[in-house]
Ligand binder design. Structure first.
Ligand code: ITT
Length: 193
């Protein structure tokens, strides 16, 4: 079964395809020839995820799913949250991570979580699937895998950052793995073949 994923983020696409497995072929916006930068103006992950799928449904009449995700840091009142992709005002992740580390400084409260909300629009119906993983923000970057804030996030119960883990390890436990797992279960139960 083919699924359209309303994303421009190649890392998300790669992770979702790896998590969801061979039964589904996941196509990004680029794969379907859509170069639009879909507006994200919501104040919750759910609103933004829905904006991504609404856009494709309204303009192209396509069933699809979208992922809105980000990092919530407790000592920063859950920032960067929905602003994770552009926390410093640009998509430059070096600057975004620098800003997080500067704002946290020596604060001993480093608890945080990654959250993902997936919006699915299928056969005229709207569905949501969520995933979250608790962890801590370290003081310096570690590791070169993954993407985004992975070099500064250690999931609870582990001693490596997401960026130090293999993609297989991250994709077993991540916020996205949890949400995509729910999506895959739903699709297996609700789609033919
Ligand atoms: P699309 O909207 O096109 O899907 P995006 O990168 O703009 O791509 P979001 O608006 O959902 O996606 O922003 C999420 C940001 O949160 C993302 O750019 C990363 O900086 C961060 N993020 C999300 N998931 C992450 C993960 O698994 N590891 C590290 N950082 C992550």
């Amino acid at each position: 079964m083919e699924l359209i994923f309303a994303t421009n983020n190649a890392h998300k696409l790669e992770e979702v395809q790896a998590i969801i497995g061979d039964r589904f072929v996941v196509k990004s916006l680029a794969d379907i020839g859509c170069t639009d930068d879909i507006p994200e103006t919501g104040v919750t992950f759910e609103e933004n995820a829905k904006q991504k799928t609404d856009y494709l449904v309204d303009r192209y009449g396509l069933d699809c799913f979208g992922d809105d995700s980000g990092l919530e840091i407790d000592a920063l009142n859950k920032e960067p949250g929905v602003y994770s992709a552009r926390y410093s005002g640009s998509r430059d992740m070096e600057k975004n991570i620098d800003l997080v580390l500067a704002k946290l400084g020596d604060n001993p409260n480093r608890t945080a979580r990654f959250r993902t909300v997936i919006s699915l629009f299928l056969n005229g119906q709207q569905y949501f699937f969520e995933g979250a993983i608790e962890g801590t923000i370290i003081r310096e970057r570690r590791g070169s895998g993954g993407f985004g804030y992975d070099p500064i996030f250690i999931p609870a119960g582990y001693d490596q950052t997401f960026a130090e883990m293999t993609s297989e390890e991250k994709n077993k436990i991540s916020h996205r793995a949890i949400a995509v797992g729910k999506l895959a279960t739903f699709l297996k139960e609700n789609s033919p073949g």
